[in-house]
Design a protein around this ligand. Structure first.
Ligand SMILES: Nc1ncnc2c1ncn2[C@@H]1O[C@H](COP(=O)(O)OP(=O)(O)OP(=O)(O)O)[C@@H](O)[C@H]1O
Length: 594
């Protein structure tokens, strides 16, 4: 998908791809035994109940004329038995189809979620997150019923249909042919509406996706919305999106509802024809048509159209489901563009020597963000990256963890090209604190431990103390066990930064990346933090992005980046002496204090 927004529909697949159905059926394979057992129960029950009209016929044509009470009792008993067996198998079916359905939902969601975890940043950069959520939650839900109940009902209904046709043929061939005349008419109805119906469901799934994307975006941006009093405008946008969704839904179900009444009309016409023709043939004394045969036959006609109605319903839900399946499999098939090469090796324990060798990178083809960047950081050096907004600083450090693939050039750690090592072994040895200090729901302890799951409580606390987070954490009602919300809405921006700082440290990485780590921290805390940090950075190679230049003054090397190239490089004193861009930036911040 190209860059997408909440009000931009995703591209519709033109053709119905049967492979998607095959892939869907593959989800059933692990549960095939249970599935077959339910199918067997349903089929045996329906075969048994199909005999009921035959029992009626025997009672009417044989037992009643012969006043055979034993025969009547016998057939009544068989009818009762068939009814009980059918009720029992129905209960069995409901229980296990639900179980299988839920299991399949779980499996499919797991596959999507697992894949989503592997997809690179670029995937998330390009689409609203609400559109991803709707696939994992709503779309998967919508197809589970089709997989469990739908397929079973279809199989049993198809078999029912065969049973019924066989029994009808046994009763009377000519009447059966009259009944079957209705099927070609139904086929015409299906062919006429099929394409429109499919498109209508695809449009509906797009509109649902758009609506979801907007809801997710609005919730995330609620603070900005309220600050700028945009509630009315947003409600208007929501109203439009919701209105389009409603319209698309109504149009799609309208096609579905065309089927039921069409089948009813065809069924009424054929039944009427059978009454008229059957009775006239009986009056004319044609052989093989008795009152019993007519009663039994009309009982079968009722049953003949019921499975066709269910099959039509299945066909409807199949078309609905296909539009969801396209999106689900599209997500599962989304290529993981940042992945291990086939010959990738484990990254050996990192010492911390880092080199960029003529690195060029672009997010979008033809728009390079980093242009032929080269530099070398020795083990243990602290490298500061400064420069104007949008210069490419974050991009540069993101490449070090291989969050994106470079277009050309190499990034070497300890002389090893990181393109040739496994991503896992590389990232496990890096400590990254991103600009967006994300906090997960859970305790503060859990949030810091995110950096290293095997860390003890003491290690977590030590990391928090190093970054001066310990005091504010201890002031919270349950200290490290205090629950925080997703995104850390209970915490101040500075507190969130300190927690993610501690998280980055906990992995004891040889390379530490701090992207605006202290931008929201007050100057007093920052001064204390700086002391701890200086201690901590010893022996580690660090890349620090900072707008506040006081924090990076003592770095081994400062790189001034602008428009994707390194314009200046050196120590603070060297760059100040150069009186170039860094000098100007520094003076703009601190001239009044000098
Ligand atoms: N995911 C993305 N897709 C496309 N372009 C992007 C993406 N992320 C960043 N950019 C563009 O790349 C350029 C560099 O962005 P980057 O975030 O690296 O800048 P920065 O120097 O870290 O800025 P800041 O100081 O504001 O954080 C910007 O022009 C930005 O618009």
């Amino acid at each position: 998908m190209a860059r997408n927004k909440y009000d931009v529909d995703e591209v519709l697949e033109d053709k119905f791809d049967v492979n998607q159905l095959k892939r869907l059926l593959a989800y059933l394979i692990p549960y095939r035994k249970r599935f077959v057992s339910v199918g067997f129960m349903m089929l045996s029950a329906s075969a048994f109940t199909m005999l009921i009209p035959q029992f009626f016929q025997k009672v009417m044509d044989v037992c009643i004329p012969n006043k055979d009470m034993k025969g009547i009792a016998f057939y009544s008993f068989l009818t009762l038995l068939a009814a009980f067996y059918s009720a029992f198998s129905l209960r069995y079916k409901i229980k296990y189809t639900n179980q299988i359905g839920q299991q399949i939902i779980h499996d499919m969601r797991y596959d999507i979620f697992e894949h989503l975890q592997e997809l690179p940043f670029s995937y998330y950069d390009d689409r609203p997150h609400g559109k991803i959520q709707v696939r994992v939650v709503n779309y998967v839900n919508s197809i589970s019923d089709l997989l469990s109940n739908g397929i079973l009902n279809t199989i049993t209904d198809l078999c029912n249909l065969v049973f019924i046709i066989v029994f009808m043929l046994i009763l009377n061939v000519r009447l059966t042919l009259v009944c079957l005349c209705g099927l070609p008419i139904l086929a015409i109805v299906i062919v006429v509406i099929k394409k429109k119906q499919r498109t209508a469901w695809q449009v509906q799934s797009n509109k649902q996706s758009n609506l979801n994307a907007y809801i997710a975006e609005s919730i995330n941006g609620i603070r900005v919305t309220q600050s700028f009093v945009r509630e009315d405008v947003n409600s208007g946008i929501f109203n439009n999106l919701s209105g389009s969704y409603r319209k698309s839904w109504m149009r799609a179900v309208m096609f579905n509802f065309t089927m039921g009444p069409s089948i009813d009309i065809i069924s009424i016409i054929t039944t009427a024809a059978i009454y008229v023709l059957g009775v006239s043939w009986m009056i004319n004394g044609e052989t093989g048509i008795t009152v019993g045969v007519l009663v039994a036959f009309t009982a079968y006609i009722g049953r003949f159209w019921a499975p066709i109605n269910t099959l039509a319903g299945f066909y409807n839900s199949l078309l609905t489901a296909i539009s969801y399946l396209e999106r689900i499999f599209e997500t599962i098939d989304e290529p993981v563009v940042v992945k291990d090469r086939e010959d990738a090796v484990e990254m050996p324990p990192i010492h911390g020597d880092v080199a960029f060798d003529h690195v060029t990178f672009s997010y979008e083809p033809g728009v390079p963000i980093l242009k032929d960047v080269s530099f070398h950081a020795n083990q243990g050096q602290s490298f500061a990256v400064v420069g104007p907004t949008g210069a490419g600083k974050t991009t540069l450090v993101n490449l070090l963890s291989r969050f994106y693939n470079v277009d050309s050039g190499r990034i070497l750690i300890d002389g090893i090209d990181i393109a040739g090592v496994t991503i896992r072994s590389l990232r496990k040895q890096m400590g990254v604190m991103m600009q967006d200090s994300f906090i997960f729901s859970g305790t503060i302890m859990d949030n810091i431990r995110y950096g290293n799951f095997s860390a003890t409580d003491e290690e977590v606390i030590r990391a928090a103390k190093t970054v001066c987070a310990h005091d504010f954490i201890m002031e919270m009602e349950n200290g490290y066990q205090t629950q925080v919300n997703e995104r850390g809405s209970r915490l101040s921006a500075g507190q969130r930064q300190l927690i993610s700082f501690a998280r980055a440290l906990l992995a004891d990485p040889k390379i530490l990346i701090l992207d605006e780590a202290t931008s929201s921290i007050d100057t007093e805390t920052e001064i204390i933090l700086q002391k701890g940090l200086n201690e901590l950075l010893k022996g580690r190679t660090s890349f620090i992005i900072a707008h506040r230049l006081s924090t990076i003054k003592n770095s081994s090397c400062i790189m001034y980046v602008d428009k994707g190239t390194i314009l200046e490089k050196g120590t603070h004193d060297e760059l100040m002496a150069q009186k170039g861009e860094y000098y100007k930036l520094y003076m703009s911040q601190y001239a009044s204090l000098m």
